[in-house]
Ligand binder design. Structure first.
Ligand SMILES: [Zn+2]
Length: 263
């Protein structure tokens, strides 16, 4: 009986620690509460933006804000239309343009979008910027940071983390958060996501940009252009999935996405 109850306890914890990714429906392990993810990412984000050099380019900032707002609105529209209104509380959108020559962009949990000036040098249209912003927002919507923190917690602390007292658990969360965001050590460069997360963010990002009214057809040329140039590897170009696989996947999904989501 004891063993049964123990198993039941673990099972219910694991059940409580499961989530479902919006849009794709993939099941995922989420051991950290939304509140803990938001507070840990917000503190890292705040210290990042307080020191990051802001761009003085008003027209570029206006473009980043415009694209960001449209992707944000599309995200909220999707969540509302699919019975996921409760997820809206996880987003308080912010849009930033940082004066930095790297071709980089990221979106932290909570909807904190940061684009670097260097990325805009390579962008030919707002549709192309929407490819990147859609991809980054998709990581946040899919709670990939939480999933990565959860996987790392299980790897580092093992099953004992499941039964750990709240104080021990939040110490583990702080530790994982600083590893996962990496904003302290490597200024603004998030750790690479897994191949699975990258493919999922590509797919979800295309849907979000299409709902926002952007043209998803530009994605193929955009990734081809990005893979041809540059030695820097920003988050959205982190080596996996390989460029060829990424482009093949996008070509495969595009007709269905346009049919289902294009107005
Ligand atoms: Zn990514």
């Amino acid at each position: 009986m004891k063993k049964f109850l123990f198993t039941l306890g673990i099972a219910s914890f694991l059940w409580a620690g499961c989530g479902t990714v919006p849009i794709t429906g993939r099941k995922q392990v989420l051991l950290v509460s939304d509140q803990e993810v938001l507070s840990s990412s917000l503190s890292q984000y705040s210290s990042y933006v307080s020191t990051a050099p802001r761009s003085g380019n008003a027209s570029h900032l206006a473009m980043v804000t415009r694209v960001g707002q449209r992707i944000a609105a599309a995200t909220e529209q999707y969540l509302r239309a699919n019975g996921l209104e409760s997820e809206l509380a996880n987003f308080a959108w912010e849009f930033n343009l940082v004066s930095d020559t790297q071709a980089n962009a990221f979106c932290m949990p909570g909807g904190k979008i940061v684009v670097y000036e260097g990325l805009l040098e390579l962008i030919a249209s707002e549709d192309e910027l929407a490819v990147v912003v859609g991809h980054e927002v998709a990581h946040a919507v899919a709670k990939h940071s939480n999933e990565r923190m959860s996987q790392q917690m299980l790897a580092e602390y093992g099953a004992q983390i499941l039964g750990a007292a709240v104080s021990e658990k939040s110490a583990a969360v702080q530790n994982m958060a600083s590893q996962v965001y990496g904003l302290g050590a490597q200024y603004g460069l998030m750790l690479p996501f897994s191949r699975k997360h990258e493919s999922e963010a590509d797919y979800m990002g295309l849907i979000l940009m299409t709902i926002a009214g952007y043209n998803p057809d530009v994605a193929v040329d955009f990734w081809q252009k990005m893979s041809a140039g540059g030695q820097q590897v920003p988050e959205f170009m982190s080596t996996h999935p390989s460029d060829a696989t990424r482009i093949k996947d996008i070509n495969k999904e595009l007709p269905k996405i346009k049919k289902n989501y294009q107005k």
